[in-house]
Design a protein around this ligand. Structure first.
Ligand code: PEP
Ligand code: MG
Length: 905
């Protein structure tokens, strides 16, 4: 029979699927002998059952009764007892922590009777009534779905009436009145009184957690993070301990290392005489953990021991929530802590140096996405800047954008293509859509562990919190600071590392990690005067070098010019996987191709082509020089034709206007001729039309010219003692016959140049596999191709029948919302469909030609998840944009260590 409810003492950290992250880690802490208040976890399986049938399975209620009695026995208090009542916390805890679902209810079990028992038992009436008002407030909001403002308005009104500013200053009598008012709100808003039966409170809270799996916010977060919608959440029910029992009590959050810098040490926030959410909500400003050392040395020492034990056990930075109840330490939660990208690299190498993890494990703990963040430019310190405030740098990066004060305007601004900074007094889970839309987040209140900070770090988004000089007036939609008044839409700049806030735009420069990538470790470190950044650069260097050592995939770049190629090479590219030669003819040179395409006869066309030859030789010399000694795949021209011709509508209008005005002359005649030609070649679906090899076969001189230019460039470079390594690639092959024709032509040209120059020109000739038919007939194509390169952009377009130019804006948002897609297949390879064609292509190709070299040059070549797929599929290399090269190197290494290939090779 399925067991739906487990005591903490029954589980361990490997059971995250069943117990959720929080439950599994609580179980692990119990196993480690740390002081955890007793409790139990209701499994994700129970939640899934609830979501399927729409009600809590009766077995769950029975098991809850049994485990509740176990907790009562362990702690010696009973739920609803008139002398020593047991109070409980009820929290959600899914496998992945989800800021969209912070549904926590504390003090469950309090009612009009037990509030008196609690007061007597704790010897503190004020505390008891404060706990009761918190229960009604949290229960009202989370379980009964009452707008939280009803409660905060009442609390505020009572504070004003009592002439106090902080909640803690309200007396027991005040709080009794608050409770009475809160109960009225509940009755008014729900039509029923606040539930007085403790067990009923427990059951309602559990069901509310299950329900909260499907809140709008949680769904949004899951979509963004690509977390499956059917995992469900676990529920943790735990005996309450109290941080609000006076000055010897308190609650806090800490990290075993600084989550921003990675340095080992004491790092955290502590709030005396407070409960649970007060710290993360950033409502009151917290003390540093070191202050706890002075206030309560014994509890502090015990906490430090627990921190060390957890870090040793998890062999990683842990993030901990704790409460001190009258001098006794209780551990409420731990997990492997979220961290900034820089800290991830530093922590990983520090743990290696402390001999807690191996280099391979260190590589598992950093991601290409994090490396990508470290490559982002930073603010130029020497630029003119108007500094207006400094808060805490909570998540690094540099962001510039227009101010938005709420979700709707943040999203609207972002959708119209403008960068936005979300500015809030403090953030709450409701702000998630705005945070997703924003380039950066700025708050006036809250510490480094506040909601805004934690969520922004998780998203890799720049954040500055607690900039207290800012008066954020959301109602008036303005920020006042000193003599400045900033309105919605005004530009500000925030530095998530230093916490600085600037008015207006600020220019940016290369990050130190970027300088390392392009100039090497010595040069990068030589520029640096601060120790932390130096450590970061060295950590990245060590991990990237290790990735280079273990990876099997080669990493090439997509680059079209000598300059791009050089940039790619500087970043560690081991060749060019794709030079899109059509890009060499965009801009001013576009008309050269136009002349070739629109030529009236062979003579005119040959003349146009002859003009192109010297320029193409120059292009290839530049490219091959930059990539000297490394493989350089040059793709023969692949335009959708319309990209090289004037626009049909523009031309039609120009001609019609000229006709109407009776204009004549050379220009008009030229336009008329052009219009005729453009009409003749006009296509309804240019992406499925005269492109790639089709154009090459229709206008043979075009490919011939390019092949000749490649050969000539090789000859000239060899004469200079260089070692050019071009590979000729034919695009959009669907049939082997197409390749046979192009290959024959190419071989003739190469032989001709060879004969004239006396040089051997054994240049490989291969093709793109970017149409489903090419993948399905790869065994035949491999008879003719020396190599394959998967064009996963077109392969995605043609497999799904999605126009790559249109669909992402046309209907992907809808598809992402309703779950048809979890991410754009143009971004991350659709492993099930397009990936299957890639596998078939490799397998069939190599069945004809064992060891056939195969790479990928679509955008997916730089996408971490897709790189792991390509590694497993047995490709030889990935090719991506020069900027992504370091990311691809790191991920190619991670792909190996994560699949344990290292040990077997
Ligand atoms: C592709 O289709 O994946 C590819 C690399 O070619 P392009 O993007 O130039 O069509
Ligand atoms: Mg393509």
């Amino acid at each position: 029979m399925t067991q739906y409810v487990h005591m903490f003492s029954d589980g361990d950290r490997d059971q995250k699927d069943l117990l959720g992250g929080k439950g599994a880690n609580l179980a692990e802490m119990v196993k480690l002998g740390l002081p955890v208040p007793p409790g139990f976890t209701i499994t994700t399986e129970a939640c899934r059952a609830y979501l399927t049938v729409g009600k809590v399975p009766p077995e769950v209620r029975v098991e809850v009764t049994q485990r509740l009695r176990d907790v009562e026995d362990l702690i010696g208090r009973t739920l609803g007892d008139s002398e020593e009542p047991l109070l409980l916390s009820v929290r959600s805890g899914a496998k992945f922590s989800m800021p969209g679902m912070m549904e926590t209810v504390l003090n469950v079990g309090l009612n009009d009777d037990t509030v008196h028992s609690l007061a007597a038992f704790a010897g503190d009436e004020r505390f008891a009534w404060d706990s009761y008002r918190r229960l009604i407030q949290m229960f009202g909001k989370t379980v009964l779905d009452i707008d939280s403002e009803h409660f905060s308005d009442i609390l505020e009104a009572h504070k004003v009436a009592a002439g106090v500013t902080a909640d803690v200053e309200l007396s027991a009598d005040h709080l009794k009145q608050v409770v009475a008012d809160f109960k009225q709100v509940v009755e008014r808003e729900t039509g029923s009184p606040f539930p007085q039966t403790p067990r009923r409170q427990v059951d309602m809270a559990i069901e509310a957690v299950f329900r909260s799996w499907n809140t709008e916010r949680a769904r949004l977060y899951r979509r963004r993070e690509r977390i499956a919608d059917d995992l469900g959440t676990a529920v943790n029910v735990q005996a309450m301990v109290f941080g609000n029992l006076g000055e010897t009590s308190g609650t806090g959050v800490c990290f075993t290392r600084d989550p921003s810098s990675g340095h080992s040490g004491v790092y955290g926030d502590y709030l005396p005489n407070a409960q649970g959410e007060d710290v993360v909500a950033g409502i009151r400003n917290t003390l540093a953990l070191t202050d706890l050392q002075e206030r309560d040395p014994a509890a502090y020492k015990e906490l430090r021991t627990a921190m060390r034990r957890l870090e040793t056990h998890y062999r990683d930075l842990c993030d901990i929530e704790f409460t001190i109840e009258r001098g006794t330490l209780w551990m409420l939660q731990t997990r492997v802590g979220k961290r900034t990208a820089g800290a991830a690299f530093r922590i990983a190498t520090q743990l290696v140096d402390e001999q807690l993890i191996t280099m391979n494990e260190a590589l598992e703990r950093v991601t290409g996405e994090q490396l990508g963040q470290l490559l982002f430019p930073q603010f130029d310190k020497d630029a003119e800047r108007i500094h207006i405030a400094t808060g805490m740098g909570a998540s690094p990066g540099a962001a510039v954008g227009g101010v938005a004060f709420d979700n709707a305007s943040a999203v609207a601004r972002q959708e119209s293509g403008l960068p936005v900074i979300l500015v809030r007094r403090e953030t709450s889970p409701e702000d998630l859509p705005g945070m997703i839309a924003a380039a950066g987040v700025l708050t006036a209140r809250g510490g480094k562990t506040s909601h805004a900070a934690v969520v922004a770090r998780g998203m890799g988004k720049c954040a500055v919190v607690g900039a207290e000089d800012l008066v954020v007036d959301v109602a008036a939609k303005e920020i006042r600071v000193g003599e400045h008044v900033i309105h919605e839409g005004d530009t500000i700049a925030i530095d998530g590392k230093t916490g600085e806030v600037f008015l207006g735009d600020v220019s940016v420069v290369d990050s130190p990690v970027m300088t390392y990538i392009s100039e090497g470790v010595e040069a990068a470190v030589a520029h640096l005067d601060d120790e932390e950044t130096r450590e970061l650069v060295e950590a990245v260097h060590r991990l990237l070098t290790h990735a280079d050592e273990v990876r099997r995939l080669r990493v090439r770049a997509n680059a079209d010019t000598g300059e791009d190629a050089q940039r790619a090479r500087d970043r560690g590219a081991e060749g060019i996987g794709l030079c899109r030669t059509e890009h060499q003819f965009l801009g001013e040179r576009r008309t050269q191709i136009e002349r070739v395409v629109l030529a009236k006869d062979d003579t005119e066309r040959d003349a146009a082509l002859a003009e192109l030859l010297p320029e193409q030789i120059g292009d290839f010399i530049d490219l091959l020089t930059a990539m000297d000694g490394l493989p350089t795949t040059i793709r023969l021209i692949d335009p959708p034709l319309h990209e090289f011709l004037p626009d049909l509508t523009d031309l039609s209008v120009a001609v019609a206007l000229a006709d109407e005005r009776g204009e004549t002359g050379e220009e008009v005649e030229r336009n008329r001729a052009l219009l005729e030609a453009v009409r003749a070649t006009h296509e309804s679906n240019p992406m499925l039309g005269l492109r790639g090899v089709r154009l090459g076969l229709k206008i043979p001189g075009l490919f011939a010219l390019q092949i000749r230019a490649i050969a000539e460039a090789v000859v000239r470079l060899r004469a200079e003692g260089k070692d050019p390594q071009p590979e000729i690639m034919v695009p959009l092959i669907g049939s082997n016959r197409e390749l046979v024709i192009v290959r024959r032509q190419a071989e003739e040209i190469l032989a001709e140049v060879s004969e004239v120059t006396g040089q051997t020109l054994d240049i490989p000739i291969g093709c793109m596999i970017e149409l489903p038919r090419a993948a399905l007939t790869a065994n035949r194509i491999a008879q003719t191709a020396d190599f394959f390169s998967f064009g996963t952009n077109d392969l995605t377009q043609t497999t799904w029948g999605f126009s790559r130019d249109d669909v992402e804006t046309a209907f992907f948002p809808k598809y992402l919302e309703n779950g048809v897609l979890t991410i754009s297949p143009f971004e991350t390879l659709d492993a099930l469909g397009v990936g299957e064609l890639v596998k078939i292509g490799i397998e069939k190709g190599r069945s004809t030609k064992p060891g056939l070299k195969a790479g990928v040059c679509g955008e997916h070549g730089g996408d971490p998840e897709s790189i792991h797929f390509f590694n497993a599929a047995g490709l030889d290399y990935v090719s991506c944009s020069p900027f992504r090269v370091p990311v691809a190197r790191l991920e190619a290494g991670r792909a190996v260590v994560l699949t344990d290939e290292v040990g077997t090779r």
